[in-house]
Design a protein around this ligand. Sequence first.
Ligand SMILES: NC(=O)c1ccc[n+]([C@@H]2O[C@H](COP(=O)([O-])OP(=O)(O)OC[C@H]3O[C@@H](n4cnc5c(N)ncnc54)[C@H](OP(=O)(O)O)[C@@H]3O)[C@@H](O)[C@H]2O)c1
Length: 256
Amino acid sequence: MRALVRNPDTADLPSGVEVVRGDLSVPDTLNEGLEGVEAVFLVWPALPISFAPAVLGVLKQHAPRIVYLSSMGIREGLAQQADPINDFHANIERLIEQSGLAWTFLRVSGFATNTLGWAQQIRSDGVVRWPYGTAARSLIHEQDIATVAVRVLTSDRHNGAKYVLTGPQALTQVEQVHAISQAIGRPLRYEEISPEIVRQQMLTQMPPAMVDGMLNAWAGFVTEPEPVSRTVEEIMGRPAHTYSEWAIDHASAFRV
Ligand SMILES: NC(=O)c1ccc[n+]([C@@H]2O[C@H](COP(=O)([O-])OP(=O)(O)OC[C@H]3O[C@@H](n4cnc5c(N)ncnc54)[C@H](OP(=O)(O)O)[C@@H]3O)[C@@H](O)[C@H]2O)c1
């Protein structure tokens, strides 16, 4: 297994993974790392989509098959998705479909690792100040994404599949904080704050359309929880990890 990263010195990857340097925004840097590769797991970062055609062109010269980490919010048959995040993923999927590569799309729910964003608040005073406490998400453990990705990468049985991957249940953000509290054995409190406060913080890190897309999605999950799929279980023959299991696995990030 080989991982392509921008900076091998700071890449924190398990032993046994070969690490090579490359940058998706400089497609020529990908050639060396792609030598002898049969299938690629593509994570497209917050990088303009204009780089994608050249990257797919380089991938096609080397690897016949691609597994793309996409988003479960995509609605089929729309020329344009309702929000910019899903539209971005749908546009990358479209380019991959047109590329002539064999492909599989892993359309995932929110990552459980997103909640590591609360770690500093939890460590400092045990209070998570965040909006939309009753927004319910089917957050997925990164191990489930990885194990499904390995299964799909190592067989051509999954070519052309669009798999929706989620955690096994939808939990509200208040329930997620409770699961972290149980995992670290310390009482924690969720304090609901105005979305506008968080919006201002997020605007320092991402473009307005992206921030508003995320806040609108959370608002939507208050009335309509993020759906739950059984695809991880169908592919792996065992249930997806729960958010509580994820919290136990990451307890050290939330402990003082
Ligand atoms: N987070 C979610 O809930 C979610 C849900 C559905 C789908 N996704 C998909 O998953 C992707 C990753 O999400 P994430 O939350 O893990 O994002 P992230 O934390 O921003 O990770 C992006 C990764 O891409 C690498 N990267 C950035 N620019 C690069 C470049 N020019 N060339 C090569 N590598 C580059 C970064 O590595 P370094 O900075 O260390 O170089 C980092 O490892 C998203 O872009 C999205 O498509 C995410």
